[in-house]
Design a protein around this ligand. Structure first.
Ligand code: SF4
Ligand code: SF4
Length: 442
């Protein structure tokens, strides 16, 4: 299997992609994917669909989005899980995450942005400057939000290259903040209506909610299968992460069907005791900032060091799919907007103060999954997650939960150092597990 990007040169060129640079980048990326993902032993058969999707990630999927645009359906690019994708999908369009996980675009971004801000923002900005993301080039507009300082100032610069519509996300959750939030969701809907030049109906919004709820349900199934069976882990952590990453790009209905098929296979694996790791392999949760593809270095480091990641408490992970929109008794637009606001305000991003529900959730998940330790992972210069690390690690310490804190960017320079720290951490967990077993505690 190879990257299919060259079959779409005409389309990509017509939307302004720098096809030569893009083709080189995609082919190198797919080669890395083949080496790190497709070479895994004992991989579930259901992952073949995701291999196909990866080969078409900047090909057929970009073509699908552009076919929707030809039919005057909305195409909205995002960088955050606060965007109510239900409204876009309900209107028949596509709402997707934009490229922002690669080191290859950062040098270009630094021609306009400071060096010392989060790599996710720089990478995403660089993809626009280089014109090497088919999704960015396909979007009617990028939906930005005011979650962190670096992002909200970057939108003003990005807007000089591509239309950006900004959502004002409050940083507290008091009644007056939630009122503002609901108004911002209404504003988002109206902005889409202005792009597609028609009203979006109540039935369309409800349909969008059903589609996205079904997607989240499917992802919750995978999450439970990854983490809730202490003796059997039916899928690797890197494949679990990949599924979350692809949930931001794929057509949601097709994705849901494929994820449910995979979940059926994993259920059978659990029943048959088919695990991708040996019994007693240390099981880790990862907490913190999002893992935009192809940022796989932490997962690969852990799994090459004989540990397994069973859950990401991250926006590309559990934080994205943990809550559904409650549709009961919502028959008019105003109550649907309220339901969307209620669902999105459950997101426990570190941009909020206070953010104690996040800590409660981490402890609850850790206990449910009988994990052996956690890695608190932050992207460099992400102040909210970096500062919140103190509160989280203090709570973990009180519960006696082993934790390793890692701050990193997208470069490969620290791979060796991360691996050394991960190996030492896993060794200490293995020792602890053996000691507990000896004492009959686990
Ligand atoms: S960490 Fe916060 S700002 Fe970043 S994607 Fe998640 S919700 Fe959005
Ligand atoms: S990881 Fe942190 S700094 Fe980077 S965009 Fe998200 S919230 Fe902002």
């Amino acid at each position: 299997m190879e990257s299919q990007v060259d079959n779409y040169k005409d389309l990509l060129s017509s939307i302004g992609v720098d096809v030569e640079k893009h083709s080189k980048m995609m082919k190198a990326g797919f080669q890395g994917y083949k080496e790190q993902f497709m070479s895994q032993e004992n991989r579930p058969k259901g992952m073949e669909y995701f291999d196909w999707f990866m080969s078409e990630i900047q090909g057929e999927r970009v073509a699908e989005i552009n076919r929707l645009r030809e039919q005057k359906k909305p195409a909205v690019g995002t960088f955050c899980i606060f965007v109510p994708e239900e409204i876009v999908v309900g209107a028949g369009g596509a709402c997707y995450g934009l490229c922002g996980g690669s080191q290859a675009t950062i040098a270009d971004a630094e021609s306009e942005l400071p060096r010392n801000i989060c790599p996710l923002i720089k990478s995403a900005h660089g993809f626009k400057l280089q014109r090497t993301c088919g999704y960015t080039q396909s979007s009617d507009f990028i939906y930005g939000e005011t979650t962190c300082e670096a992002k909200k100032k970057t939108w003003e610069i990005l807007d000089t290259h591509h239309p950006v519509h900004v959502m004002n996300i409050p940083h507290m959750k008091r009644e007056k903040d939630l009122k503002l939030w609901k108004e911002e969701i209404v504003d988002f809907k109206e902005h889409i209506e202005s792009v597609i030049e028609r009203k979006i109906s109540v039935d369309e919004i409800k349909k969008g909610i059903h589609i996205i709820n079904a997607k989240r349900n499917a992802m919750q199934r995978i999450d439970a299968l990854r983490g809730l069976n202490p003796d059997v882990v039916p899928i690797s952590g890197r494949d679990g992460l990949l599924i979350s990453q692809m949930s931001f790009l794929d057509d949601p209905t097709r994705f849901t069907q494929k994820v449910n098929e995979l979940a059926d296979e994993l259920e059978k694996r659990v029943a048959d005791g088919v695990s991708v790791v040996e019994k007693d392999t240390p099981r880790l949760m990862v907490l913190g900032t999002p893992f935009a593809p192809p940022n796989w270095k932490l997962h690969i480091s852990v799994e090459e060091s004989k540990g397994i990641i069973i859950n990401e408490e991250s926006c590309i992970g559990h934080r994205y799919y943990k809550d559904n929109v409650d549709l009961d008794e919502s028959d008019d637009e105003d109550s649907l907007m309220t339901k969307l606001m209620e669902r999105y305000s459950e997101v426990d991003c570190a941009c909020f103060t206070p953010n104690t529900p996040r800590i409660d959730k981490i402890l609850e998940m850790y206990k449910e999954r009988k994990a052996d330790g956690v890695i608190y992972y932050t992207l460099s210069f992400c102040h909210t997650y970096n500062v919140e690390a103190h509160l989280v690690t203090t709570a973990l310490e009180k519960e006696g939960i082993p934790c390793l804190v890692i701050e990193s960017d997208y470069s490969t320079e620290d791979v060796g150092q991360i691996k050394t720290r991960v190996e030492a951490f896993l060794e200490s967990l293995t020792f602890k597990k053996k000691a507990q077993k000896f004492k009959g505690l686990k």
